[in-house]
Design a protein around this ligand. Structure first.
Ligand code: GTQ
Length: 377
């Protein structure tokens, strides 16, 4: 048993106590002091570790999956990214799931819905579409889409020749941990989409106006599609007038246009721009984050480990881990897409944040000579 002197458990095992613990166990009970130091840590102790997944390395396996299993048999053909410390939950970090989904030219999936919320960040391919509660969304590279909890959705690829690969982000581990997940297949297997595509974007996507004669009582955003061009424009416009955050550069949140809040009640998403050569200061906060390198190349230092990234790489920051980002190109900007569970932290009053104050605000890297990747080369 761990010992400490600050009023925490320091009971030594004796034969008598061990027998006592066994007796408690047979009654479906236990002694708090045997676990108190584990279940009441001084500060968050995530099981997840910082990890980087190289797109270049994963892509061949994602393409291979498209010839190994059919979309119909697999349901959804996805290569999941699994954190070394979170295998039992199929989580990429904390209680967040992510994966690379591939759809062959001309392929489409059947419609389903679940209590878990989902989002997509399109990586490559023309012709990606998804129908969300009857609204057909058509998307290209770097577009961001949401599939809120309980909405019917079915995906497909209309292109004649190129596969579509997008990154899925879901709160599956969270919803399963809460024992609150449900799943259903659409009674007709397919929805009847409206005639016009991207309806939600036409109605709610202006950015400065929202429909004045429409009620909306859902907790999630009525806007389901967030195109890259407008996102990048917004970042560049803000960069003209603001330094942004010392920790994140020019960072903007994808919002529910009616509330200005996160796109869904469990997950939020951001796009951030790092100027050429910019290196941010380190900070940490509760809440887990999964990043996707939308543009450029650079590195992040996470919990004292350096991760070098390039376009389409994915990496994660566990809750309460120190992190800072750097754009290693001194001519071009770099953009990081990310999604997180901050809405949960805020809703439950569990959000905390701290700046790294030593060493001029930058972490000392454990091993600068050998950049850390947890994935074998
Ligand atoms: O498309 O809704 O990667 O239900 C995992 C579970 C995607 C989806 C995933 C899912 C989906």
């Amino acid at each position: 048993m761990r010992e400490d002197i600050l009023g925490r458990s320091r009971v030594e095992d004796t034969d008598e106590l061990v027998q006592f613990y066994r007796r408690l166990e047979t009654m479906g009970a236990g002694a708090l002091w045997t676990v108190a130091n584990d279940i009441e840590p001084w500060y968050p102790q995530p099981k997840s570790v910082p990890m980087l997944w190289r797109y270049e390395q994963l892509r061949p396996s994602v393409l291979e999956s498209a010839s190994l299993v059919s979309g119909d048999d697999a349901g959804r053909r996805v290569v999941m990214l699994v954190n070394d410390g979170r295998k039992e939950l199929s989580a990429a970090v904390g209680l967040l799931y992510t994966g690379l989904q591939i759809m062959n030219p001309g392929e489409s999936m059947t419609a389903h819905r679940h209590a878990a919320s989902a989002l997509r960040f399109v990586i490559e391919g023309e012709g990606a579409w998804t129908i969300v509660d009857g609204d057909r969304l058509e998307a290209g590279a770097r577009d961001f889409l949401i599939t809120p909890s309980g909405t019917w959705h079915e995906h497909g690829n209309d292109s004649a020749s190129s596969p579509v690969i997008w990154q899925d982000g879901l709160d599956i581990p969270l919803v399963n941990t809460l024992d609150a997940n449900f799943y259903a297949v659409h009674p007709e297997l397919h929805q009847q989409p409206g005639k016009v595509v991207n309806t939600s974007l036409r109605e709610y996507g202006s950015g400065i106006l929202t429909p004045a004669d429409r009620g909306w009582s859902k907790r999630y955003s009525p806007l389901l599609a967030y195109p890259w061009e407008r996102t990048y424009e917004a970042l560049l416009a803000r960069a003209e007038v603001s330094d942004g955050s010392p920790y994140d550069g020019i960072i903007m949140e994808y919002v529910n246009p009616l509330t200005g809040g996160s796109v869904m009640p469990t997950m939020g998403a951001h796009m951030q721009l790092l100027r050429p050569g910019q290196a941010t200061l380190a900070h940490r906060h509760t809440g887990s984050v999964i990043y996707h390198v939308a543009k450029g190349c650079g590195h992040s230092i996470i919990g004292g480990q350096r991760f070098d990234w390039q376009e389409n790489d994915i990496f994660c920051v566990p809750s309460w881990a120190w992190h800072e980002h750097a754009n290693d190109d001194d001519r071009n900007d770099a953009c990081l897409f990310s999604f997180n569970d901050f809405p949960v932290m805020h809703a439950l009053d569990l959000y905390q944040e701290a700046a790294y104050t030593d060493n001029h605000g930058h972490q000392t890297v454990e091993d600068t000579l050998e950049p850390a990747t947890t994935v074998q080369q």
